[in-house]
Design a protein around this ligand. Sequence first.
Ligand code: NAD
Length: 377
Amino acid sequence: MLPDNSKSHTRRKFINKVSAVALGSMLFGSYANARQDKKREVMNTKRTAGKLGIALVGLGKYSGGQLAPALQETEHCFLAGIVTGTPEKAKDWKSKYDIPDGNIYNYENFASIKDNPAIDIIYVVLPNALHAEYVIKAAAAGKHVICEKPMAINVEECDRMIDACKKTGVMLSIGYRLHFEPHTQEMIRLSKDKVVGKVKKIIAKDGMSKVEGWRLNKALAGGGPLMDVGIYCVQGACYVSGMDPIAVKAKEGPKTKPEMFRDIEQSLSWEMEFPDGTIAACESSYAEDMNLLHVDAEKGWFELSPAYSYRGITGKTSEGKIDLPGVTQQAGQMDDFAMAIKDKRATPVPGEMGRRDLKILMAIYKAMDSGQRVEIS
Ligand code: NAD
């Protein structure tokens, strides 16, 4: 039997040994971590070199489902930061997209983004009624801005947003992704080049049968399906005709669920009249799935259906199929804006286009409420 003191000596030796192993593995661990961090830093620098940093404001379905994935494909910009009111989302996004703590903001400290040189562009992806406030704040922070559609909930807000961006010398664009989509470009070409003659009539329909949350609340959405998806019909008619409408007529209905659509329309149909006499007959709904852009011309027709989806846009003409590849529209849209900033050229989807569309939407609501033809000046 060993005397007590040798027992404690053995224990001490054992503890020393264990401590040495623990220290070794700690040192190795921190060395390995440092190497890992360095490797990540090098990879991030490579991934982001020469690109503009985008911060997404509002991490809802569109940011999470479309914009963040598209930002993994972009060549001229990357997902540099986020603005969210939900700490759990910040944690998830940080680990999923490797976003540094210094580039994570909430709505309270949003203004301090002005001091962050890693953020070049702020992308506002909030409910419609919050667009104006955050675009104006982004402009005040000296950052270029992308604002989701609809640009705002009235024309006066659009004016304030455009003025704020002009005042601080930042660029403003609207998230009109379809301008960067090949089938849409082909529709514009077919019309412009009068491939099957001059355009006579346009039919545009966009609707969805499932809707929830802030989209049903007029104070946050500014209106019903017209503001949300009908805006694509307005856009379609304008880019295909290459003109702005001079007058509109509109009719609300049908409304089969008045308890759900208390202060917004459930569905509507409207007509847009263009300066050369071309008519666009449009429909939008929160009760029916519809997705069409059809054009009748003098010697034939051409159409997309679906016409406004994120993917799977399909087209045909009276002469045959429109055979073009699908693209990640949001990647093209954000890359084009980043290049416009770098090249100091105009964006094809500026705030002024968002404002034009709000003017048309407001005229459609006025025509719907009054039952009268409303002229757009
Ligand atoms: P969503 O409801 O999924 O996300 C909205 C986000 O805003 C959420 O993260 C929510 O937490 C946040 N938020 C902050 N303040 C809020 C408030 N007061 N009330 C409600 N939410 C608040 O909506 P979404 O579908 O991502 O739409 C966001 C914007 O993007 C809208 O303007 C919409 O029109 C637009 N959008 C555009 C496209 C497109 O194809 N370009 C597609 C979908 C949505």
